[in-house]
Design a protein. Structure first.
Length: 316
């Protein structure tokens, strides 16, 4: 089609999309093009702004590598990840769900660990923590034999993949639920952490005057054939940033009670001083069991730099 005016452009692109063989591809792409063109018209995007937007998108890809995924970070920072999660879980968004964001730090191949075992694989800062988690179906019946991956930060707020000091796969493990639908493990209490701000995500947050912190949490990935694979995160009820999570991930169902014990005896005899316990319940739904593509595949090199904290505008 020879283009006569700006309206013709949209019609021309949509007619080409109509030739696609896959009906879902046609639906997604034609809607995306309509919204994208409408957005350009609504804001009267200038040529300079268009070039800047292209450079931002290119940078998202250029900054992503085996230990960092800038695309996942910006999707979270714009709330898209939370929206996709809440529309696709809890029976299509009708009921509360224990599903949450996968996040950018899941790695495939976590070491299999016995129930009750420790996932601390090298000396790691943080208070001892004992976690018990239950997996049930929509009727409340325990789901036995589910594989549960867990991963979280150290007491310094750093994942092993970002930290050359931690052993490979430190604070990561794969457990299997028992007849009660239960897993148990020992670790150290995670603390909240800043997300990287050396790229477009940092520019976005600084422009908006937002901080770059996530509240402390433990990630879970629950897999069993016959059930929709569930990603989850259980947030620490004592964290000051529950209301302002930079990834918009905190839901009421996922604020966990991390209980501090000052005097009681810990489950393991070697624990001296205060320790924490956490018990949480997950509900999984019938559906497709499918592992996601790992957002990262390995550890950062020895020259990895610590991530800096961006203060919110009111604190600057
Ligand atoms: Fe995380």
């Amino acid at each position: 089609m020879v283009i006569a005016n700006e309206r013709d452009v949209t019609a021309s692109v949509l007619s080409e999309i109509e030739r696609s063989r896959d009906a879902r591809f046609r639906e997604i792409m034609s809607s995306a093009v309509r919204h994208l063109h409408d957005w350009v018209r609504e804001v009267r995007l200038t040529e300079a702004e268009f070039q800047k937007a292209g450079a931002v998108i290119a940078k998202l890809g250029q900054l992503s590598d085996k230990s960092h995924n800038e695309v996942v970070l910006i999707a979270g920072s714009l709330g898209v990840s939370a929206l996709v999660c809440l529309l696709n879980n809890g029976e299509g968004g009708k009921r509360e769900t224990t599903a949450n964001l996968l996040g950018p730090f899941w790695r495939a191949g976590s070491p299999r660990t016995e129930n009750g075992g420790s996932i601390v694989r090298s000396p790691t800062a943080g208070d001892p923590m004992f976690v018990t988690a239950f997996v049930a179906d929509l009727d409340g019946k325990p789901v036995a034999g589910a594989e549960v991956d867990v991963w979280h930060t150290s007491g310094e707020g750093i994942y092993e993949n970002q930290d050359p000091k931690q052993a490979d796969m430190n604070l990561r493990g794969k457990f299997t639920t028992d007849a009660e639908g239960k897993i148990r493990f020992r670790s150290v209490k995670p603390v909240g952490y800043p997300i990287p701000v050396n790229g477009p995500v940092g520019d976005l947050l600084r422009e908006q005057g937002r901080h770059n912190l996530r509240p402390a949490h433990i990630h879970f990935l629950i897999f069993k054939p016959g059930y929709k694979t569930q990603f989850s995160q259980v947030y620490s009820s004592d964290d000051p940033n529950l209301d302002t999570d930079v990834q918009f991930g905190v839901t009421r169902a996922l604020i966990g009670r991390y209980v501090r014990h000052e005097r009681e005896r810990a489950p393991d005899a070697d624990v001296q001083g205060p320790w924490y316990s956490l018990t949480h319940h997950f509900v999984i739904e019938p559906g497709e069991a499918r592992l996601p593509m790992p957002p990262i595949t390995g550890k950062a090199g020895p020259d990895a730099k610590p991530v800096s904290v961006v203060l919110p505008r009111e604190a600057r």
